[in-house]
Each structure stands twice: as C-alpha cells, then as structure tokens.
Design a protein around this ligand. Structure first.
Ligand code: DON
Length: 571
C-alpha cells in the first residue's frame, strides 16, 4: 500500500540524477544475526551458491536450535523480502494462529477473572506455529537450494550440540521453574533440573529428527506425519486444545508491505497483523511536518514521544488481524488527513496525558525474540523478525518432537482492558477468535535513501517499534553507519503506561530536565534493551556493511561471494 506524501514530487526530483546508482547491485553479500553459529550457517549457504532467501532459511533454522529462548519451529514471525529480479517487496506473514477450539474467554475463570499466567505457560498458551511453513515457502518460491541443503547446518547444530552462552543462562534462569514443570522441555534446556553453565553443550536429538523430517518432506514433515501426531498428542496431554486439522490448515500468507516516503526516501515495512509498521509510518508521517534538525534535543524527543503515544493509542483501539476486521482500518490510520490531525494535536511545549487521548488500563515489561538480516549480490534482501514470545515461549515441548512451543496467545487482548506481558492493551479488534492471528510489534523494515539500502529489525516486545523508528530516522537523516544505528541509546513511549522509558545514556541531564518541564515522566531501564541486526548496502561503492547490536551476542559476516566463492572478511 502506498502512502501519498506531500513531498512526493521532491522525491522524484531528488531521485532522478541517481537512477543509475540505484540500479546497481551490491558487490558483496552480508548476514547479521543474533548468534555466531546462525550467521555462520547463512555464510555457508551463500558460499554454497545460495541466494539471500536460502541463507535466511539456514539462519532462521540455526537460530531455532542455538537461540531456543527466542524463536524456533514452534513459533512465528514476519519475513520482509525484496526480490531483485522483479523489484518486488513482499511480506511472508508466518504469525501463529489461534487453534479452532480457542474462545474469547479461554484465559478467564468462571467469574470472568484472568487466570494468572494461563496465556503464558504450558501448551494452552501456544498458537499454531508458522515458522515451518515459512521456511518451506521461502525455499520453494524464492530460494535456489533444497531444504535438505539449507537445513543441514541446523541439523548438525542440533545433533552435535551448541555451547551455552551467558545470555542462554540468563534466559534459562528467568524461566527455570516453568521449564522444570514440563519434563520434556526441562530435560533439554535445564538438564538434571539445573541451569547449565556457559560452555556446557545442549544436544537436541528430537529437534534434529524433526528438522530432518522437514528436510525430507517440507512443511508436511512438521504439520503432518509422525511429528504432527506427536505435537497434537503432547499438547492435548498437557492440557492444550490443538487438533490435527489446526496443523493441516496452517498457511503462510503473502501480504503487500506498507510503504511510505519520508522526505523523498523510501521506507518499506510489515503490515497487520503486525502493528509495528503502521506505528512506524504514522510517526514518520507526523515528523515530516516538523523541522527536526532545527530543534533542540528536548523538543525533538518530546515530539517523537508525542507521536509514539498517539500511534500506540491507535494500536490499542483499532488494530488486530486484518482478516477479521473491516477493510480500510490500516488505510484510515495512514491517510494523510488523519496523520495531519495527529500532528496538529501535538503541543510543542506540553505533554498530552494519555488519559486525555482516551482511557484504557495499564503496564508490564518483557523480553525475547530474534531478528536476522541478509542481502546477496543479486540485490535480494530478507529482514525477518521471529518469535516464540517470552523467553523459552510456553516452556512446553510436546514429547518426542524437540519443538519448544510459543506463548504467542498472550499477544491477544485476552480480556477487555487487560494489559499483556508488554503492558499493551487492546480492543475487541485484537480479541481471541478461532483461526485468528494475534497482533504483533515485530517490524522488519527496509530503508532506502539516496546512498544506502538498510535491512533492519530487532526483538523487544512493544519497544521494537520505537527501536526501529529511531534507527530508521538515523538512516533517513544520514547519521553514521550500521554500527552507530545498532548501538544508539534508546527511548520509548507506548501510550500506556504514560511514561518515557529510556536507556541510561539516552538523554543529557538538561534534556531530561526540559522533558520533565514539558510534563513527561521518565523511567530509566536498567541494562538496556533490544538486539538489533542490520545489513546495509552502500549504493555509491557497492560495499556491504553489517552490524550486530552490542547489547547481544550476535555476529555479522560480509563477503564478495557469488556462487561458491569464498568470503573476503568476517568476524
Ligand atoms: O509479536 C510480538 O510483538 C511479540 N511476541 C514479540 C516478543 C518480543 O519481541 C520479545 N522480545 N524481547
């Protein structure tokens, strides 16, 4: 969908002299992911002659093994793709679906009160996974290598085991009780009931078998056959409600990405059921009306926060799975006239308290998910944000499958006004219904300026949206390179709670005081947040650049590799 811009004409004028440069392809391929073994899997596949889509399959599958707390075959996500051949952008919606037996009140007791953690722990919390279907779809429709080849690195990692990292340990510590209460999960991830030490190896023989079934039979190897039977039997024995037909019916949906111009530069991002892209484009639309560069730091941050507040208000009131809503909601929220009204409502010197924008209840906090970015020398790109929701998802593995299931059902508005684990509130638009997909914050994005094409995204629950926004603005305004974009200190506002959350270094002391004078409440988030992965291509030189968030354990690779050539540089 195209969002018209006042500056569209300027965009054409600015772009014309650079049309040649914009035609060129990268001279190098690049991969960025949250784990060195997953980046190595992507590199291996590029060096074996695969394209960016093949590499994305290999990276996503490897992450499913070595970052089990973040994403996996038991989860879902969004893949934003650019196929150079037809200059086509498309989103693979691999979001989980509610099973057919799901009901609006399934997480409430007989008195209508929320049952604590019912949408977070155990198999009742799990939606029908989308990642296995997406891997087959990517391979079949866009890739050039068979799954047998692209899944091989993941199969080897599951069979031989991988070494526990400090991050693994932190995540397992958070979820150890839930993992222990489900033995098939506990035996794998907290063996003997103990959180493993860094360096200990985690071997996943059942997961290796499940991956091999997919290498042989594609998605059918997961949703059907022996694996499918075990998934359903395990979920039902643990108190869940999946049926074989839920698995058979799961399909990836190809959706048209959202697209807008910001001062003549192009931003392409995920549509609903991700709410991230809508918010990103709303905020950019609001900001286009301000001369951001001419403002002092406090006023600039204030205007950004006021725009975020309004975008998250709209999410809470209006957004959900588009296949269950009236048509036109997204278009309405992105219409220039509507964005003009959002902008006009912002006071440059004063907070608009969220309760005055319309009232809905309050907060929480959250952790984990993953992002990968890939480009190849044909100019193909993949930005994929993948999740099982909170660390180690539902902490439930159906016995014999090795598949850790998501707890993505918590991303629905499980009861009116009840905040989810990220403090997000929602309306009936995001209520539970059979076959429906819960709203997401995942925001894989391409930013295309005169000089640079950036492929980016991050985990971080609701904060994904503000992290992607801040990085996108850095790219659009030409501030630094990928290493700066992933490292920059972050701040966030999500309408409710009515507070600016920020990393310790985000504001100078006088900016903090000025924001307080405008009426903002500020709250520092200890230890920082996010795990952004960016690859970018410099259109002037053809060189690829890549950066992994210094807050995480990620790794990048770039090299002038066409079919089977060896890499030039790596770290
Ligand atoms: O789809 C969503 O918005 C969430 N399930 C994402 C979870 C997440 O990013 C957790 N990361 N820290």
């Amino acid at each position: 969908m195209r969002v018209p811009s006042r500056l569209f004409l300027v965009a054409i004028l600015v772009f014309t002299p650079f049309a040649d440069a914009a035609e060129r392809r990268p001279r190098e391929a690049a991969v960025a992911s949250a784990h060195p073994a997953a980046t190595a899997a992507g590199r291996e596949i590029i060096e074996a002659g695969g394209n960016a889509f093949d590499a994305a399959v290999a990276v996503a599958a490897a992450l499913a093994v070595v970052e089990p707390y973040s994403s996996g075959l038991g989860g879902g996500g969004f893949f934003l793709l650019h196929r150079a051949r037809e200059r086509k952008d498309v989103v693979l919606d691999a979001r989980e679906r509610a099973p057919a037996a799901a009901r609006r009140d399934m997480y409430l007791d007989a008195q209508g009160r929320p049952v604590p953690r019912a949408s977070l722990d155990g198999p009742l919390a799990a939606g029908i996974p989308g990642v296995p279907a997406a891997l087959e779809h990517l391979a079949r429709r866009y890739g050039s290598l068979p799954l047998e080849r692209t899944l091989a690195p993941a199969i080897a990692l599951a069979t031989d085991g991988f070494a526990v990292t400090p991050r693994y340990r932190r995540m397992a510590e958070q979820r150890q009780d839930a993992l222990r209460s489900h033995p098939a999960a506990g035996d794998i991830f907290v063996p003997g009931g103990f959180v493993p030490e860094p360096g200990e190896r985690i071997v996943q023989a059942d997961l290796a078998r499940t991956l091999k079934a997919m290498a042989r039979d594609g998605a059918r190897g997961f949703y059907g056959g022996e694996v499918g039977r075990r998934l359903v039997a395990g979920v039902r024995a643990g108190g869940g409600i999946w049926r074989a037909k839920d698995l058979e019916d799961y399909r990836v949906i190809e959706r048209e990405p959202l697209e807008a111009r910001y001062r003549g530069q192009r931003v392409v991002t995920a549509p609903p059921p991700s709410a991230g892209g809508v918010a990103l484009l709303q905020v950019l639309g609001v900001l286009e009306g301000f001369e951001l560069e001419g403002l002092d730091d406090a006023t600039r941050a204030h205007i950004l926060v006021e725009a975020m507040r309004r975008a998250f208000r709209d999410r809470a009131h209006h957004l959900g799975d588009p296949d269950f809503l009236e048509a036109g909601v997204t278009q309405g929220l992105l219409a220039p006239a509507y964005i003009g009204r959002m902008r006009a409502g912002i006071d440059r010197r004063r907070v608009t308290p969220s309760e005055r924008l319309g009232s809905i209840p309050v907060p929480g906090a959250g952790t984990h998910t993953t992002h990968l970015s890939v480009i190849d020398t044909q100019g193909n790109r993949v930005a994929a944000t993948l999740s099982i929701n909170t660390p180690f998802g539902s902490a439930f593995v159906p016995p014999g499958t090795g598949v850790l299931l998501n707890n993505e059902m918590d991303d629905f508005a499980t009861a009116p006004g009840l905040p989810n684990t990220y403090g997000l509130v929602g309306s009936e638009a995001n209520g539970i219904a059979p076959g429906k997909r819960p709203l997401s914050s995942m925001t894989p994005t391409f930013v295309e300026t005169r000089d640079t094409v950036a492929v980016l995204g991050t985990p971080g629950g609701s904060r994904i949206v503000s992290m992607v926004l801040l990085a996108t603005l850095d790219v659009l305004h030409g501030r630094g390179g990928p290493a700066d974009w992933v490292a920059r200190p972050r701040f966030h506002h999500q309408y409710l709670p009515d507070v600016i959350e920020h990393e310790p270094g985000a504001f100078e002391p006088d900016t903090r005081s000025a924001l307080a004078r405008f009426g903002h409440r500020l709250r520092a988030v200890e230890g920082g947040y996010g795990n952004m992965q960016i690859v970018a291509w410099d259109r002037r030189t053809g060189r690829a650049m890549a950066a992994a968030d210094p807050r995480g354990e990620g790794a990048v690779w770039a090299g002038a590799v066409r079919s089977g050539e060896s890499g030039r540089r790596s770290r």
